[in-house]
Design a protein around this ligand. Structure first.
Ligand SMILES: [Zn+2]
Length: 110
C-alpha cells in the first residue's frame, strides 16, 4: 500500500472516511465496495473472501477478510475484461482496485 506519494496514491485505512473517535472525514465522495473470492469452490476456504471499499475522490481504501456463504453468487466486475488483462490483474487487490476505479471514473460502474 506504499505507492508514490501524490494525487493517485492510495491511502490504506481501517475504514474509508472513518476517523478514530468515530468522526467522519470531510470528504463527500461516494464509497464503492467490491467483494471477490480468492479460492475455488472445491477449496474449504471458499467462503473466505476479500471485501474492499474505496473512495475515488480522496483515494482512501480499506480491505478486509469477509465471509460469503457458498450459495451466494458474487458479481464479477472484471468479467468483461480480455483474458490477458484478467490474468495480469489476477488476485492482486491493488490492481483490482485500480481497475475498478477506472470503471468508476469512466462512469461504467453499475
Ligand atoms: Zn473520500
Amino acid at each position: 500500500m506504499h505507492g508514490k506519494p501524490g494525487r493517485w496514491a492510495w491511502k490504506g485505512v481501517f475504514a474509508v472516511h472513518r476517523r478514530s473517535e468515530g468522526a467522519l472525514s470531510s470528504c463527500t465522495g461516494r464509497i464503492y465496495q467490491y467483494t471477490y473470492r480468492l479460492y475455488a469452490p472445491e477449496d474449504s476456504r471458499y467462503e473466505r473472501c476479500v471485501g474492499m471499499s474505496w473512495c475515488s475522490v480522496c483515494r482512501e481504501a480499506s480491505e478486509n477478510l469477509v465471509f460469503v456463504s457458498r450459495d451466494t453468487t458474487l458479481a464479477d466486475a472484471l468479467a468483461d475484461l480480455p483474458a490477458s488483462e484478467r490474468e495480469r490483474i489476477g488476485q492482486n487487490s491493488r490492481k483490482i482496485r485500480e481497475c475498478l476505479d477506472r470503471l468508476v471514473r469512466r462512469g461504467l460502474w453499475p
